[in-house]
Design a protein around this ligand. Sequence first.
Ligand code: SF4
Length: 80
Amino acid sequence: MENNKNTFENNEITVTFAPKKCIHADTCAKGLSDVFRTTVLPWIDLDAASNEKIISQIKKCPSGALEFCYNKIESLFPNY
Ligand code: SF4
């Protein structure tokens, strides 16, 4: 699901993209091309991989242009 062109969310996480920070290293697209797509809009598809894989890839972003947060504390502890 997409809220605006630089904010993307699914039922567990919200991912933001800061284009001015992006150094276009393509780390995200090379690492998880089904999610971070260079030729399709919206360019981030959070339904194309597990949240664990998406978060792991976001942590490898060299510029900090990609960030994430959990939508609700319950998503961290589903049985809490
Ligand atoms: S990994 Fe980060 S810096 Fe590299 S293209 Fe993706 S958003 Fe931009």
